[in-house]
Design a protein around this ligand. Structure first.
Ligand SMILES: *Cc1c(COP(=O)(O)O)cnc(C)c1O
Length: 380
């Protein structure tokens, strides 16, 4: 048991470590009908559109729940019941998107590449040329199961050229990686409060092309996750349709204010890039190899091969690192033993270097000498 009382630093890509101003914004109770709370909601919606330059074409609809609730609401509310969704998969979140669409009765096709292979615009061009029945394409911008970045602008251009619609799960990229709705044709962008904007978890949102959403009445097969209804109600009353997560909304507004004060998306990307670099270099000096090639790695979360040493066990490793003040994330690959380290949240490169020290210390406590995985040793 650790005896220190400091909160651990979360190197998990949501929930993540938030700033003190974000936490203290939750120390107040809000009435959901009160004008002061509704002004916060309006401010959040405006700031989210600012980040992706969506004001001219899109609207922002917040939704209660974790990120998946917003993905489910967006798909269920925008894909017609007789639509056909092509999901581009290279990890667990792509599979989840396909699964939820299928469960809602939509026709779904999957195009799957390996966990370390991005989908390309050429892939999508070929798939759409071959199948005219595909109405929508679903893409995971940064696939958080590894940290791989898929080439959004190129894919968006191809989907638009074929006259289909693009739904982007930008959960772990929104606010950090560039998304420009004035330059990139995207119908729906989905993200949540507890990722790169650095709010607490508890609400998501979909940024939907206005002309699309206007035609979505009655499409949803779910009452609670009806994005069109939420939007119409919010426009009419300024309120959320059902009980909002008031404290989360207030903290999210504070986090958005800090995001803007820091310098917006470019500044956040610069900090996360510095975090990722500090992590990558520190881990390499300990002997770790990262799973992804640097050219396709997003500065959001890194996947590392587990140490080859027979004394390694993730549960013990996790506990040792946690007792030193840092929370790691298990790997999400079925074929390979890995673990993940997030580099997002209200932290900088010095916290990443401290995390590397804690990891090195944990390895020593476990008596682990061989860190480099066998496969990587053979190549090197
Ligand atoms: C976090 C995340 C989600 C949503 O997951 P929840 O557990 O519902 O918050 C969806 N897609 C991606 C790519 C994510 O990183």
């Amino acid at each position: 048991m650790a005896t220190h009382s400091r909160d651990p630093i979360l190197l998990t890509p949501g929930p993540l470590t938030t700033a003190l101003e974000t936490k203290t914004a939750m120390l107040r109770d809000w009435g959901s009908w009160d004008a002061s709370f509704n002004a916060i909601t309006a401010n959040v919606r405006k700031r989210l559109l600012d980040i992706v330059r969506g004001h001219a074409t899109h609207v922002c609809v917040p939704m209660q729940g974790s990120g998946t609730f917003s993905v489910e609401a967006a798909v269920n509310s925008t894909v017609p019941r007789d639509g056909h969704l092509l999901v581009l998969v290279n990890g667990a979140y792509g599979k989840r998107l396909a699964k939820l669409a299928r469960m809602m009765g939509r026709r779904v096709s999957m195009f799957e590449t390996a966990d370390d292979v991005p989908t390309t615009a050429e892939d999508v061009d070929r798939l759409l040329a071959k199948d005219a029945s595909i109405t929508h394409v679903g893409l995971i911008h940064c696939e958080t199961s590894t940290g791989i970045l898929n080439p959004l602008p190129g894919i968006a251009a191809v989907v638009a050229r074929h006259g289909r619609r693009l739904i982007v799960d930008a959960m772990s990229s929104f606010g950090a990686l560039p998304i420009d709705l004035e330059a990139t044709p995207i119908d729906v962008v989905i993200a949540a409060s507890g990722k790169c904007i650095e709010g607490p978890p508890g609400m998501g949102f979909a940024i939907v092309r206005r002309s699309t959403l206007e035609g979505c009445e009655g499409r949803s097969s779910s009452l609670a996750l009806d994005l069109h209804d939420q939007w119409v109600y919010m426009e009419k009353t300024t309120q959320w349709r059902y009980t909002p997560p008031t404290h989360v909304v207030a903290a999210f507004a504070a986090a958005l204010e800090q995001h803007a004060a820091e310098g917006g998306q470019p500044a956040r990307l610069a900090r996360y890039t510095a975090n990722g670099q500090a992590l990558f270099e520190g881990m390499r000096s300990l002997g770790f190899r990262s799973f992804l090639d640097a050219s396709i790695q997003a500065p959001i979360i890194y996947t590392f091969h587990a140490p080859a040493d027979p004394g390694y066990e993730f549960k013990r490793f996790y506990a040792e690192v946690r007792d030193r003040g840092f929370i790691l994330y298990p790997g999400k690959l079925t074929q390979l033993e890995t673990f993940r380290v997030g580099c997002i949240g209200a932290i900088g490169p010095s916290e990443m270097r401290q995390a590397v020290l804690a990891i090195g210390d944990a390895l020593r406590a476990m008596g682990i000498r061989t860190v480099t995985p066998a496969a990587a040793r053979a190549v090197a």
